[in-house]
Design a binder for this molecule. Structure first.
Ligand code: SAH
Length: 484
């Protein structure tokens, strides 16, 4: 009912419609893999690595440590080019002072979120001028549909008077802006909300503040902390670097769109001595290169945990495996919060409902590049392992249930995106109609748009089946819409 209500109301509300986003062929992170890539074997971008042959016997001892000495000897005279970026110098410094290579996960974390030099930290990386584009930037309909999902969940929660609406990794804040704008007519919903943006980048926090049309209330003399309020729906907004910093004790609705794919992954390679972790090293000519750890590393514990959740057949066929301990830990934190406080979480990302083999990729200015090429100048992301999210959540508590994944196309379709696009098309210019159709295709279509008449290189590519949606909810609320 809410869905129909929202669509009807939205079609008469011109001011937030058709903020024409983009119809150009900018790169979304899922495009690299062909549609046959559901087989983990075919996920491999062409990363080269050096298999360090030292100590090719799998150790029999039970203790897990890294013998870095066998992997890396610093050249006596390092010919480091002076043109290295600050981040490259920093990474080489870590490798040098540790006396050996670092894990791919540590490399990825430093590249993306190093507090001084990380890719996300000091600039806006989204859209035409940036490096890649995401669904909320493609069309306003994405944030609106996620808003419908959040309102339906709030109904199922029994319309609580106070709710934390949490977004993890909000980018430019576009999803939340479209959600709040479209929900603003449903006062009882928006009046219950306190929006919490979990964002590590100060630059993006400022952009989110701007895009949510926030104003900072004057300091009160009575010592009450000053509030920031979004003019889009009159909701208070707060920022945090970690989910753990969002106050607990209230039911939560948590949204994570393209957040999990930015969490650092460890990569393992099958070698004659067993599973070895792929590490990042510096070669004698001062270039980054991959090497294999000669012994089990601490992350092997997570590999073992991940393999336990999989059928032996699934593992046997793989030569490489990626695991994401941060995704497992984050999921536990989410599940724990939902189990204690009530509510639910929606995770939308590109990935697989099974073990991920080798998916880590780098994108700079809408082009795929080598992962080790000029770190910090390109986005790094990896396929999300939805099966691992399910297992991590289910281990936390009997009080939560996990639903999906279903494709983004099924998810948005069931929430009524077809009606929404029709409503918007009734009242727009020709140019806006083109942009709407293109945006719609990119959100729910599969492959190249059949209606496209423009230049071949600009054909819109659908992400409807490449992106998946999963929900984690407190069982008290029953099965969330539209996972019934
Ligand atoms: N959800 C947005 C942006 C996705 S990009 C969209 O769909 O457009 C990933 C976002 O997560 C960015 O805002 C980035 O700064 C943030 N981010 C990445 N790693 C993070 C971390 N460890 N903690 C908090 N924010 C993080």
């Amino acid at each position: 009912m809410l869905t129909r209500h929202l669509l009807k109301q939205a079609s008469t509300c011109r001011h937030f419609l058709l903020n024409s986003k983009t119809s150009s062929p900018f790169l979304t992170k899922s495009i690299f893999f062909s549609s046959s890539s559901s087989s983990p074997e075919s996920q491999s971008p062409t990363n080269t690595f050096v298999d360090d042959k030292v100590n090719d016997q799998y150790p029999t001892g039970t203790s897990i440590s890294i013998d870095r000495s066998a992997l890396y000897n610093l050249p006596e005279h390092s010919h480091e080019p002076t043109s290295d970026s600050e981040l490259v110098k920093h990474l080489k410094g870590i490798i040098k002072f540790r006396g050996g290579p670092i894990s791919v996960a540590e490399y990825m974390e430093e590249v993306l979120t190093n507090p001084k030099f990380g890719f996300y930290i000091s600039r806006d990386v989204f859209g035409a001028e940036g490096d890649f584009i995401t669904s909320p930037e493609v069309s306003q309909m994405f944030g609106e549909m996620v808003g419908v999902w959040a309102m339906c969940l709030w109904e199922q929660m029994g319309r609580p008077k106070q709710v934390n609406l949490v977004e993890l990794g909000p980018g430019r804040g576009t999803l939340m802006a479209d959600l709040l704008r479209s929900a603003s007519k449903f006062k009882s919903f928006t009046e219950s909300l306190h929006v919490h943006m979990v964002e590590c980048s100060p630059t993006l926090q400022k952009l989110q503040h701007h895009n949510l049309k926030c104003f900072d209330e004057d300091d009160n003399s009575d010592g009450v902390e000053k509030r920031t309020v979004s003019m889009l729906a009159g909701t208070p907004v707060s920022w945090h670097a970690l989910l753990e910093q969002v106050p607990s004790g209230l039911p939560s609705i948590i949204i994570a769109h393209e957040f999990y794919d930015a969490l650092p992954v460890h990569q393992f390679q099958r070698a004659s001595r067993g599973w070895c972790e792929k590490m990042v090293d510096v070669s004698e000519d001062s270039m980054f290169r991959f090497v294999l750890s000669p012994q089990p590393t601490p992350a092997t514990l997570y590999l073992m945990r991940r393999c336990k959740w999989a059928a032996p057949k699934e593992i046997e066929k793989l030569g490489q495996i990626e695991v994401c301990p941060k995704a497992m830990d984050l999921t536990r934190t989410i599940a724990d919060r939902i189990s204690c406080d009530g509510g639910g979480a929606l995770i939308i990302d590109y990935g697989l409902n099974g073990v991920v083999s080798d998916s880590l990729q780098a994108i700079r200015k809408h082009k795929f590049i080598n992962i080790l090429d000029d770190p910090g100048s390109a986005d790094l992301s990896a396929y999300v392992d939805f099966a691992s999210i399910r297992h991590s959540a289910e281990e936390v508590s009997e009080d939560i249930s996990v639903h999906g994944p279903m494709t983004q196309s099924q998810f948005l379709g069931a929430l009524g995106i077809n009606f929404r696009v029709e409503a918007l098309l009734q009242n727009c210019t020709d140019e806006q109609a083109d942009s709407l159709r293109t945006g719609y295709w990119r959100l729910v279509g599969e492959g190249e748009a059949p209606f496209w008449e423009g230049p071949d290189e600009q054909v819109p590519i659908g992400m409807g089946t490449r992106y998946l949606a999963m929900a984690i909810v407190n069982k008290k609320q029953g099965v969330p819409v539209p996972f019934q």
